[in-house]
Design a protein around this ligand. Structure first.
Ligand SMILES: Nc1ncnc2c1ncn2[C@@H]1O[C@H](COP(=O)(O)OP(=O)(O)OP(=O)(O)O)[C@@H](O)[C@H]1O
Ligand SMILES: [Mg+2]
Length: 259
């Protein structure tokens, strides 16, 4: 089986500012990977590079066995992407179901009509995030946390082989975080690759299989219990960090800013 993601020597710059420097890693098989790093450390840029949205200066990328950027359209059909802080024009009368069905449009290709199975997949996705009752609601009537769940449903509706989620937990309460993390855990258990960018380290011990610490380059990458260590987090965030372990729970403090 081809690795879910394989990245070698990836360097990305915006004009003359380097956002990623010589990033290399292999995500060999479907599992739950979390990417952690401070603001401006290149997390969003890495996800965009995987989708061929930003072009590398140097390096090679393969996603699901396809070369990026050459085969980016093949990859985009197989990936559910939840961008960071997406806004849908509040003046547009978009319903929740339209947002979720966009995931099916992306999968089929633009201009094709949607079939019964597309509606079924969209309904299943909305149910997975516990938002079924909002199918006919205007999207703008939802709270921020509810909107985030709908955007995750849109990514699930693709029936993806890989999910890329950029800060899906930011600005949502603990109950919504649990809903989201449970869905992502289930997807990973069903053989979907899950890559989540997050600031919130605390739920990771319970949910995430692997962690990458990123600060323009890969500081550390491995199994969650190996990576959640004070010295590695301090190197990544360049500040004091403390980890307290109590009865299976792990509490990290010092990395307490919000996006
Ligand atoms: N479109 C762009 N044009 C110019 N510079 C950009 C652009 N997007 C990102 N950058 C720069 O690249 C660097 C990395 O940005 P990126 O958005 O990847 O960081 P991030 O780790 O996702 O940060 P955050 O935690 O704030 O979301 C930053 O210095 C940022 O200013
Ligand atoms: Mg970002």
């Amino acid at each position: 089986m081809k690795p879910v993601i394989s990245v070698k020597g990836l360097t990305v710059a915006y004009d003359d500012r380097l956002a990623l420097v010589d990033v290399s890693f292999v995500f060999p098989k479907p599992a739950f990977l979390s990417i952690i790093g401070p603001n401006a450390s290149g997390k969003t840029t890495l996800l965009k590079a995987l989708l061929g949205i930003v072009r590398p200066l140097t390096g090679s990328i393969e996603v699901l066995g396809f070369k990026i950027p050459d085969e980016k359209y093949e990859v985009r059909r197989l990936v559910g992407y939840v961008p960071q802080r997406e806004r849908i024009d509040p003046t547009k009368p978009v319903l929740v179901r339209d947002v979720v069905l966009m995931g099916r449009v992306a999968r089929r290709g633009w201009g094709r009509s949607l079939l019964e199975e597309d509606y079924r997949a969209a309904e299943r996705a909305l149910k997975a995030v516990e938002m079924s009752e909002y199918w006919d609601e205007p999207y703008v009537h939802l709270s921020g946390g509810q909107q985030q769940r709908v955007l995750i449903a849109r990514a699930l509706a693709v029936e993806p082989k890989l999910l890329l989620l950029d800060e899906p937990l930011s600005g949502v309460d603990a109950a919504t975080q649990d809903v989201i993390l449970n869905v992502l855990r289930e997807e990973a258990d069903r053989g979907v690759g899950v890559v989540m960018v997050t600031h919130d380290l605390n739920p990771l011990m319970e949910y995430s299989d692997y962690i990458m610490l990123l600060n323009k380059t890969v500081i550390a990458y491995g199994a969650t219990h190996e990576i959640l260590r004070e010295e590695l987090l301090e190197k990544t965030f360049m500040r004091r960090v403390s980890i307290v372990r109590a009865e299976e729970k792990v509490v990290v403090s010092g990395v307490d800013y919000h996006a």
